[in-house]
Write a protein of this length. Structure first.
Ligand SMILES: [Zn+2]
Length: 292
């Protein structure tokens, strides 16, 4: 994980003024803003954290944080940024609560707001599709679920369908961004699988899957389809077909969600968060979060 070092940030966690100045100086918040009520010029007062309209007939104040994620939350701005830093670092909720002297519930609420914000950043565009002719896409499903305490059987959770485009470059050092989609699926059946694949995978793509019957229609809807029988082997010894890339993604995805959160609720938020972290793994996550 790559993010802004704590030593670069610790000053702005000291006070609301420093936090606001930091956001302004780094262009995450506008330094100049026209009056929201009469479009006149305004002046920024850092100490009281408002823009004031210069038009003497208006004079209305408004917050420089208006329209940003930080306007939605109640804690002082410096504490919010502190929470954001710990969220990006994936610090456990109880440790954050202890460090900042706030309740576990507050930490949970903030982390959920951060996740929702990320979800909106990663929304797929209408024509987003992976694969294409001469490209291989691995498709698979997995259940994100938690086990009941002291009991072996899975109690609740949700199914996820995922597709990942194989990189053509053998050179793993290149570390290119793999094209991927991850979606919660309400019911795991042939119709839903067909709908998802039609929406997210280009026609003519070669699709690798296991032998589950839900994939039986792929040839009829415009794809080349090859399978690996997981009851016998992970990689077909004759055709070389395997789905190890998407299986590896499942493993990493599950590790990224703490067991108590492996439920249907908010599954989409965790999927998008995983996607966002993966997509931006070579960038500074702190900066990527703050910039629009
Ligand atoms: Zn005004």
């Amino acid at each position: 994980m790559f993010t802004e070092p704590y030593v670069n940030l610790k000053e702005l966690f000291d006070s609301e003024d420093k936090a606001l100045l930091y956001l302004i100086e780094n262009n995450y918040v506008n330094k100049y803003e026209k009056c929201r009520f009469c479009d006149s010029d305004t002046k920024l007062y850092i100490n009281i954290k408002v823009y004031k309209c210069k038009n003497y007939k208006c004079r209305k104040p408004f917050s420089p944080l208006h329209g940003t994620i930080f306007s939605k939350m109640k804690l002082p701005l410096n504490i919010q940024l502190h929470l954001l830093n710990y969220y990006i670092l994936k610090m456990p909720n109880s440790s954050i609560a202890t460090t900042l002297k706030i309740s576990n519930n507050t930490v949970t609420n903030y982390n959920r707001i951060f996740r929702k914000y990320i979800k909106d950043k990663i929304n797929f565009s209408r024509n987003f599709k992976i694969g294409g002719r001469n490209k291989i896409v691995e498709i698979d499903e997995t259940k994100i679920a938690k086990r009941k305490y002291n009991k072996g059987h899975i109690v609740e959770g949700g199914w996820v369908t995922g597709g990942i485009e194989r990189s053509i470059l053998k050179n793993k050092m290149k570390n290119e961004n793999k094209k991927i989609f991850l979606l919660p699926i309400k019911e795991r059946n042939i119709n839903n699988i067909d709908l998802i694949i039609k929406k997210y995978v280009k026609k003519g793509t070669t699709i690798y899957t296991d032998c589950w019957k839900g994939y039986n229609n792929l040839r009829n809807i415009g794809y080349k389809h090859k399978t690996v029988n997981h009851k016998k082997y992970f990689k077909d010894p004759i055709t070389g077909v395997h789905t190890n890339t998407i299986e590896g993604t499942w493993c990493a995805l599950k590790q990224s969600i703490v067991p108590r959160n492996r439920t249907k609720k908010d599954l989409i938020l965790y999927l998008r968060e995983y996607h966002w972290r993966k997509k931006n793994r070579e960038y500074n996550l702190w900066k990527m979060f703050l910039k629009d």
